[in-house]
Structure formats: structure tokens, C-alpha cells
Design a protein around this ligand. Structure first.
Ligand SMILES: NC(=O)c1ccc[n+]([C@@H]2O[C@H](COP(=O)([O-])OP(=O)(O)OC[C@H]3O[C@@H](n4cnc5c(N)ncnc54)[C@H](OP(=O)(O)O)[C@@H]3O)[C@@H](O)[C@H]2O)c1
Length: 341
């Protein structure tokens, strides 16, 4: 059987915000009779869009080289096995794999993780996927989280941030978060039980944000989990406690304009000296080999409803570039995904 396979190729480097003009829809043909021993054919059901895609479109090396033009956009996917020449999978199984923005993919069975869905399979890309790994290991391990800590989380209503907020609350910490709309502030307060949620757009100077955070954190800040950078991060440095732990998970406020020509912010490193604080970059892929460990802890919490999750799911393969762009407009609550069928 021959299948037409739609694919999104990255074709033009963005100068500012990523959008549809940076991608091109192409078509390929997969001949299912050519499947080799140990290979499976999967059909993408949910495809992920993530801020790191924009990071890799910077002109500079990051944790890897810049994405080359005329390449398929890579991404995590939840797919259904359509055909299998592996004894590990049968048609109808759902898997998590890194097959990118395409409708179908042929992969070696070793590249796929089988899902045993007790909860919706989309969670393999959200609360039980890549964002969860960096939230879980970043906060609990690198952050050396203690129940007495006051934790500040920027981007608190997003895929990573909403997990960090809840893990810190489960530990017993005081948790303060920032987000960009009243709807997200309400979600953090009413559904996730955060202590204080601040709309960073209403505190749009260093002075205003420092004042708001100082009121929300009367005993100072012990752990800062940063998804955003910019003004919020600058303000946090005014308030860090002795031996504070600052975790740099992301800097989304800088991706569209600041990766190639960084903004100059306040020079805060003297505060690190006074407080003997530590600052640490954290990357989800560094914990790939510990996925089972994370799932053993997180899956029961999700199943029992102790950990809540939201997914913003856009419909249709053609909407992948728009969904990616939407991350930079704040149009998602929780994990942004695209449903293909
Ligand atoms: N280190 C890692 O391994 C790793 C893994 C996953 C994600 N990350 C990072 O973690 C951060 C969050 O990623 P995510 O996947 O969880 O995305 P997300 O938070 O679910 O979605 C992105 C959110 O960022 C906020 N945002 C966009 N532009 C902004 C700006 N200029 N200033 C402030 N906020 C802005 C928006 O929320 P508002 O409405 O609140 O503005 C938007 O909804 C990103 O920086 C990402 O690069 C890192």
C-alpha cells in the first residue's frame, strides 16, 4: 500500500516571531511493503509544538547546532501503530516517539515507547512527557526542594510551570507564580491552589515586579524556577535568600528577539555572592534515561487527580505552525498540542 505523507519542513529562518511563513507543507510517499524487520509504521495522532523549536532556529549553537533549513521539523509525537514487523508492537498500539511534524513515520521499534493508556494518550506529551521530566527532576533534584521553601515559578500556567507549581504545593511549599492573563491567574488560584499568582503584564517594570513579589514572598525566595526570563527574573534576584537555588528551565521572553542579540538586563551577579545562591540550567533530555522513575511517581498522582493537567489541543495537521506561534502569544493553557485525526 502507498500512503501519502504530509510533512512540515522548516524553510526560512525567523527574524522575530516564528510563523507559518517559516514552514512549507510537503508531501512524501510511504510504501508500506518496504517495511523492514523490526520496523513499525505509525500514524501521528497528537503532535507536539514546543518553545525549543524556536531556540534551535537561532543562528548560534545551543545544546546542539542550529536547525538547518529544508529539514523536517522534529517533535515528539503520540502515534498509533498501523503496521508492525516487530514482535514488541501490534497494530492499534499507541506509542510515543520523536518522529516530527508528519502524518506517518516508519521507525525502528527500539525508537518507540509503548503507551499503556489508563489516562488519555496525549499525556505522554504533557503531564507525563518531556515537560514533566524537566519539571520533576529540575525542581526536586537540582532545586533540592524542601517543604519550608518559598518557590517562585515564572510561566506558571504553562506545560512545565503548571507541573512545577503543583509539585511544589504537594511538597508543602509556599508557591508564587506569574502568568499573562486573568484567566490563567484564576486557573492557578482556583484549580492549582497556588498561594499567589501575579499577572506580569500588570507589573511591567522592575520596580513594580519587585514590589509585588516582595509582598507575595514575605520571607524571601528560596527557589526560583524560571521559564520566562526578563523582568520577572531580574526582580527575583532582588529577593533571593541565603543558599537560594535558581533553576533556568527556559527564557521564552527572549526567544523571538533576544537569542541572537541579547537584551541587556540588570547586572545581578553580586546578589549571588552575598547569598551564596546557585544557578543551574536544566534540560529535559538529561533525564531521558530516568523516565520510568518519573512515571512511577507521577502516574499515580495524575490518575488519582492529585496532579491536574490542561492541554490546549488545536485540530488539524495544517495548524502546526500556527500552534507553535501561539506559544509566543500565550494562547495556550497547559500543554499545546495538535490533534491530527
Ligand atoms: N529545559 C528544558 O528541558 C525545557 C523543556 C520544556 C520547556 N522548557 C522551557 O520552559 C518554558 C515553558 O515551556 P512550555 O513548553 O511549558 O510552554 P508553555 O509555558 O506551555 O507555553 C508558553 C507560554 O509562555 C508564555 N510566554 C510567551 N511569550 C512570553 C513573553 N514574552 N513573556 C512572558 N511569558 C511569555 C505564555 O504564557 P503567558 O500567557 O503567561 O504569557 C505562553 O503560554 C519555555 O521557556 C521553554 O523553552 C524547557
Amino acid at each position: 500500500m502507498k500512503l501519502e505523507n504530509k510533512q512540515w519542513y522548516y524553510v526560512k529562518r525567523p527574524e522575530a516571531q516564528i510563523g507559518a511563513e517559516n514552514y512549507e507543507l510537503r508531501k512524501d510517499v510511504i510504501d508500506t511493503s518496504e517495511l523492514k524487520e523490526n520496523e513499525i509504521l505509525i500514524r501521528s495522532k497528537y503532535v507536539s509544538v514546543d518553545p525549543y523549536m524556536r531556540i534551535h532556529q537561532s543562528i548560534h549553537n545551543t545544546w546542539e547546532k542550529p536547525q538547518e533549513l529544508n529539514t523536517l521539523q522534529g517533535s515528539g509525537v503520540v502515534g498509533e501503530v498501523i503496521e508492525s514487523r516487530s514482535d514488541k508492537f501490534i497494530p492499534g498500539d499507541f506509542v510515543n516517539a520523536y518522529t516530527g511534524w508528519q502524518e506517518y513515520a516508519v521507525i525502528n521499534a527500539d525508537q518507540a515507547r509503548k503507551l499503556y493508556p489508563k489516562i488519555p494518550v496525549s499525556t505522554a506529551l504533557s503531564i507525563l512527557g518531556m515537560p514533566a521530566r524537566v519539571a520533576y527532576f529540575g525542581l526536586l533534584e537540582e532545586g533540592e526542594l524542601k517543604s519550608t521553601d518559598t518557590v517562585v515559578v515564572s510561566g506558571a500556567a504553562g506545560a512545565v510551570g503548571s507541573i512545577v507549581v503543583q509539585l511544589a504545593k504537594l511538597k508543602g511549599c509556599r508557591v508564587v507564580g506569574t502568568a499573562g492573563t486573568q484567566e490563567k491567574i484564576d486557573y492557578l488560584q482556583n484549580e492549582l491552589g497556588i498561594d499567589v499568582a501575579l499577572n506580569y503584564k500588570e507589573h511591567d517594570s522592575l520596580e513594580k515586579m519587585t514590589k509585588a513579589l516582595a509582598e507575595a514572598c514575605p520571607e524571601g525566595i528560596d527557589v526560583y524556577y524560571d521559564n520566562v526570563g526578563g523582568n520577572v527574573t531580574d526582580a527575583v534576584f532582588n529577593l533571593i535568600n541565603h543558599k537560594a537555588r535558581i533553576l533556568i528551565c527556559g527564557q521564552i521572553s527572549q526567544y523571538n528577539h533576544g537569542l541572537d542579540t541579547p537584551e541587556m538586563g540588570p547586572r545581578f551577579l553580586h546578589k549571588m555572592l552575598y547569598t551564596r545562591a546557585k544557578i543551574q540550567g536544566i534540560l529535559s533530555r538529561d533525564y531521558n534515561h530516568r523516565m520510568d522513575e518519573m512515571l512511577a511517581e507521577m502516574e499515580p498522582l495524575v490518575q488519582s487527580g492529585k496532579l491536574k493537567y490542561k492541554e490546549t489541543i488545536m485540530d488539524g495537521f495544517e495548524n502546526l505552525p500556527a500552534a507553535l506561534s501561539g506559544l509566543f502569544d500565550g494562547s495556550n493553557k497547559g500543554k499545546m498540542l495538535v490533534k491530527i485525526y
